[in-house]
Design a protein around this ligand. Structure first.
Ligand SMILES: [Zn+2]
Length: 384
């Protein structure tokens, strides 16, 4: 049995505990969380410099795009970002594979224990299957052409057969899926987790309101698209299966839309990827609106195509730098909410019986808030 004392203990589901003790067995199972270290004989206590928190959950990644690091121009806005992609030279499979392996290792080193990962190909399947990280694979489908709906869906089914991690078939974004393809996904879904890119760019709503704006002008096959006169998410909402759903980005979601979604369903989680938002749009969501609408917020890294690292801690640091969100709240988003979305009862909090992974955070401020120098390392219980 290990009795771990740190400068401060972030449990993921309570106020931070100073001079507390985390009791852990040799397999990493949480045996107890003690608020008073006086209950344990001093010689049994192992002091860890820094703070402890549960392993991080990354709820949005595209591991298969890892080879695109630094290949796409920054701060162009999403429409221009999308249009850069076909011009990128085809990459050798060997390089694609090795970058995927590196990215998986990087996430482990950054204290990430579970990932919701998007796949359009089978490139990542082997790595995800063999990783110590828990992966849920979202097999992502898109096509605005209704005549291609069956073919795109069948390709997704074929891909799903090859995938040995838990998986589900999901729509790419509000603006890139025909009603016919949405219907096939909805009909197939039996409560499996859902994910969709939502309101990532300013003109996404414009497209649905009156078939105009930069996104509309940039997309191909847009002649198939009919306007709805409603915002993007309100337009998509009726097409979604009745399942736990992750809305990804939400950079331009209005407070009205957030409240509307949450009042119509309790199954929605709101994933923020701040560093990718800054990379692509040079803009962050308004986190005060998320709070005002009672959104269940999770954190994602997005891919290395739009980020220079795969680190949930770095995402948290960016949020705390630009907006007023305290570390304890950020840890709840990064751990508890992500685990809850993925349905992983074992992860997300330091609660008795769980095995959530243990992260050590160092270089916090004097008041135990994040600084731009804060670092994370996973604690290996066998090294103690
Ligand atoms: Zn994405």
């Amino acid at each position: 049995m290990h009795y771990l004392e740190s400068d401060i203990l972030f449990t993921g589901n309570s106020e931070p505990i100073k001079s507390g003790i985390l009791v852990v067995d040799s397999h990493g199972n949480i045996v107890d969380v003690l608020k008073n270290k006086g209950l344990v004989p001093a010689h049994k206590i192992k002091k860890i410099d820094g703070a402890l928190c549960p392993g991080f959950i990354n709820t949005h990644c595209h591991l298969e795009l890892s080879h695109l690091k630094s290949k796409l121009e920054r701060e162009t806005g999403l429409p221009a970002f999308i249009s850069q992609i076909p011009h990128i030279r085809k990459t050798e499979q060997q390089l694609i594979d090795s970058e995927i392996e590196k990215a998986d290792a990087q996430m482990r080193q950054n204290g990430i224990v579970a990932v919701a990962d998007i796949s359009n190909t089978n490139h990542t399947f082997k790595v995800k299957e063999n990783s110590s990280i828990y992966y849920h694979t979202f097999i992502e489908l898109f096509s605005l052409n209704p005549e291609l709906a069956n073919q795109v869906f069948d390709n997704g089914l074929q891909l799903e057969k090859q995938c040995n991690t838990p998986s589900s078939l999901v729509p790419h974004a509000n603006y890139s899926v025909s009603n016919e393809l949405f219907a096939l996904i909805k009909n197939y879904n039996r409560g499996g987790l859902l994910s969709i890119h939502n309101q990532e760019t300013e003109t996404e709503d414009r497209m649905f309101l009156d078939r105009s704006g930069l996104l509309f002008e940039t997309l191909t096959n847009v002649h198939y698209f009919t306007k709805t006169g409603k915002s993007a998410i309100r337009s998509t909402f009726p097409h979604l299966p009745n399942a736990k759903t992750l809305l990804v980005h939400n950079t331009f979601s209005s407070l009205k839309d957030m409240k509307w979604v949450n009042s119509n369903s309790e199954s929605f989680y709101w994933c923020t990827c701040p560093k990718a938002n800054l990379y692509i749009e040079n803009r962050l969501p308004n986190y005060a609106d998320f709070a005002a609408a009672n959104c269940k917020i999770t954190i994602g890294t997005d891919s290395l195509a739009s980020n220079d690292s795969l680190s949930i801690l770095e995402e948290m640091i960016v949020i705390s730098k630009y907006q007023n969100v305290d570390i304890n709240t950020l840890i709840m988003w990064a751990c508890k909410n992500g685990a809850e979305f993925l349905g992983l009862d074992d992860l997300g909090t330091f609660a008795k019986g769980k095995n959530p992974g243990i992260n050590v955070l160092t270089q916090l401020s004097d008041t135990f808030e994040l600084t731009s120098n804060t670092k994370v390392r996973p604690l290996n219980i066998n090294d103690l």
